[in-house]
Design a binder for this molecule. Structure first.
Ligand code: PLP
Length: 363
């Protein structure tokens, strides 16, 4: 790789925050089974509960309503498994779409915003018995485009129809103020590694009074909701990361102007640029750009050689560059093979966007 790399792929995963590393290193070594009743176990329990409290406080939740999981994929799967009828947007992450291919997909507009009318109409076709077994699941902020969904309106529609409402809040948390205090919201998923915590740990917020069938059977950890010895170190890192993320939100506010400036410059320098989701509220760190004369694959390889870490859309576990279902659902099928996702984070500087634009101009 030429020179130091510039990492603009925070929506795939973020570098570990110093605060998370320090908290984990501090706790690392002694036995950490939070269910043990001896001194070491009690210390582990204290640290796990402290992290649970930090995460809950950051999201305006009660501590007891946060369940730790192995990540947002598990949190999402756990919620989906609890319902017969699933209604989602067409632009969900694969951790929502893949587990329930039978789910009803609600269309989105050209900015990726869910059609509230279509959601309302779809729910109106269900009878009361079906509604009691129905879950609406809508991503809070899209991982590919950063588009922010109107969660308050969606929650009101779900409440009016008396159906459960889940939101995958993985990408929103730590980038803009994020709360579970949304009318009608029943469940919300979170992941540590997207905010500078370690990977392999996530959380599910469950509204008081609601229950879900456990996907794993075994011990009684996490109130029996998610048995298995807690990943104490990961949870400790998660707690430290979310605290640091909340106190660093102003950095993201500033980033929106760096991102906007970079997008405008790129459009001045090239005539093949389309910016996705620009007509809707977006996360401040994300830019989804199509360069119609270059495929994502070619652009990413060339950028990689020049020291830039980006992706085409969602990070695909196979390492292949696949055309995005999100971009297609927004009506840009022909541009789907041309998408570059630029996503800054807590390590990003204005210069990183500037240098990327200069390089993109030469592709
Ligand atoms: N949901 C969204 C929106 C994501 O971006 C991701 C990460 O790719 C996930 C869920 C899955 O999270 P995890 O890696 O913690 O399983």
């Amino acid at each position: 790789m030429a020179g130091a790399s510039i990492y603009l792929d925070h929506n795939a995963t973020a570098p570990l925050r110093d605060e998370a590393r320090a908290a984990m290193l501090d706790a690392m070594g002694p036995p950490l089974n939070a269910s043990s009743i001896h001194d070491a176990g009690r210390k582990a329990r204290y640290l796990v509960e402290q992290a649970r409290g930090d995460i809950a406080d950051a999201l305006d939740a009660r501590h007891a309503d946060i369940t730790f999981t192995s990540g947002a994929t598990e949190s999402n799967n756990m919620v989906l498994a609890g319902f017969e009828t699933i209604i989602t947007s067409a632009v969900e992450h694969s951790a929502i779409l893949a587990p329930r291919p039978d789910g009803i997909r609600i269309k989105v507009d050209e900015n990726g915003i869910l059609s509230l009318d279509a959601l309302d109409q779809t729910l109106s076709t269900l009878d009361e018995a079906q509604k009691s077994k129905t879950l609406v699941s809508v991503i809070a902020a899209n991982n590919e485009t950063g588009t922010i969904q109107p969660l308050a309106e969606i929650g009101k529609i779900c409440q009016a129809h008396k159906v459960a409402f889940h939101s995958d809040m993985v990408q929103m948390a730590g980038k803009v103020p994020t709360t579970i205090a949304i009318e009608g919201l029943s469940f919300a998923s979170f992941s540590a590694h997207k905010i500078g915590g370690p990977s392999g740990v996530g959380a599910l917020w469950i509204k008081p009074g609601l229950t879900l069938p456990a996907m794993l059977l075994g011990g009684g950890q996490e109130q029996g909701r998610r048995p298995g010895t807690e990943n104490a170190l990961g949870i400790i890192g998660f707690g430290a990361a979310i605290k640091a993320a909340i106190s660093g939100l102003s950095h993201y506010q500033e980033m929106a102007s760096w991102r906007d400036e970079a997008e405008a410059e790129l459009q001045d320098l090239r005539d093949d640029v389309t910016i996705m989701g620009r007509g809707a509220p977006r996360l401040p760190n994300t830019s989804s750009v199509a360069l119609s004369s270059v495929t994502s694959q070619t652009a990413l390889m060339s950028l990689d050689l020049k020291g830039f870490c980006l992706s085409s859309g969602s990070a695909c576990s196979s390492g292949k560059v696949a055309a995005s279902h999100v971009i297609s659902a927004m009506g840009y099928n022909e541009l789907a093979p041309h998408i570059l996702r630029i996503s800054g984070g807590w390590t990003t500087k204005r210069d990183d966007f500037q240098m990327l634009v200069k390089t993109l101009a030469t592709l």
